[in-house]
Design a protein around this ligand. Structure first.
Ligand code: C2E
Ligand code: MG
Ligand code: MG
Ligand code: MG
Length: 290
């Protein structure tokens, strides 16, 4: 590890937990260069109305097209970006790709909302609200078509700073969502205190709906809690129709998961959507009526 010190402090975020391995250190440099070279690839995964099956939004999920290693998944490079001071640049690029895409769909007559994931570290130490405001204006996307997904833990670092930021974003009309709900440490008062619009139930609970009685109790409770607080409740990780049916009966607002679609390249979404509307969309409505 001591070997790494000659590379200087610029590489390391002093708040980061541990120095990178040589392989990760190489990725840091390559990611820094790649951010300026359009190597990030935006994928989107549809979210549908749990009752009707109508697709009303997508979640933006980033991948990195590495020149030699191929497509790298976010779990492998987001933490590295977070630890090495690259997350704000990455977030800015993803936001731009996402807002530009959604503005294009809206201009073409298909207003579909887009959700972008935010790391805890992209919330503070940068004028996120100002950046988002400028971006929405530049691309002419109505703020209500942008959702920002935050995790419970990201609200714990600087609760007052985060609360102020969320109030600002909410005031602009941007929608706010808590991702992976149930896996973190947020207290119920957090839900009441912050101007949230949506809860996403973590897929580990949703996938347990088939056969795990505890998970069924948890999901039912979270759906009731969210709805009673006036929030939309999204279930992530819906992999089959049986689970969708259970969620629909529970009153869940939106579903997202492989059953609808895997994440697809953003450019493929309009074609996917028209095909869905012609085929599976009507099948879903039919199943609902049955
Ligand atoms: P997440 O926000 O909870 O996203 C959901 C993850 O679950 C995605 O993984 C998605 O592909 C996967 N998933 C969706 N439906 C299903 C399903 O039915 N079954 C199963 N088994 N998995 C499903 P992905 O794309 O690998 O993203 C992983 C995580 O990386 C995301 O979790 C999010 O926390 C983070 N991430 C992705 N894009 C960004 C980004 O632009 N910025 C930041 N800060 N984080 C991002
Ligand atoms: Mg998410
Ligand atoms: Mg999630
Ligand atoms: Mg999750």
């Amino acid at each position: 590890q001591a070997k790494n010190t000659h590379r200087g402090t610029a590489v390391f975020d002093p708040a980061g937990p541990a120095p990178e391995s040589p392989a990760q250190l190489a990725l840091v440099g390559e990611l820094r260069a790649g951010l300026g070279r359009d190597e990030l690839r935006l994928y989107v995964q549809p979210k549908a109305d749990a009752r009707t099956g109508e697709v009303v939004g997508v979640e933006a999920l980033v991948r990195w097209q590495h020149p030699r290693h191929g497509l790298i998944m976010p779990d492998e490079f987001i933490p590295i970006a977070e630890r090495n001071g690259l997350i704000n640049a990455l977030t800015a690029e993803v936001l731009d790709l996402a807002v530009t895409a959604a503005a294009g769909w809206a201009a073409a007559g298909n207003p579909v909302s887009i959700a972008v994931n935010l790391s805890a570290r992209s919330l503070l130490g940068t004028d996120l609200a100002g950046e988002v405001d400028a971006l929405l204006a530049a691309r002419q996307l109505p703020a209500g078509l942008l959702t920002l997904e935050l995790t419970e833990s990201s609200m714990m670092t600087d609760p007052r700073g985060v609360a102020a930021l969320l109030a600002q974003l909410n005031g602009m009309g941007v929608r706010l969502s808590i991702d992976d709900f149930g896996t973190g440490y947020s207290s119920l008062s957090t839900l009441r205190r912050l101007p949230l619009d949506e809860i996403k139930i973590d897929r580990s609970f949703v996938m347990g709906l088939e056969g795990n009685a505890d998970d069924e109790t948890i999901v039912r409770s979270v759906v009731d809690l969210g709805l009673n607080l006036g929030l939309h409740v999204v279930a992530e990780g819906v992999e089959n129709e049986r689970i969708w049916r259970i969620l629909r009966q529970m009153g869940c607002t939106l579903i997202q998961g492989y059953y609808l679609s895997r994440p697809i390249p953003v450019g493929d979404f309009p074609g996917w959507l028209s095909h869905y509307r012609e085929t599976r969309g009507s099948a879903a409505l039919h199943a609902d009526a049955a």
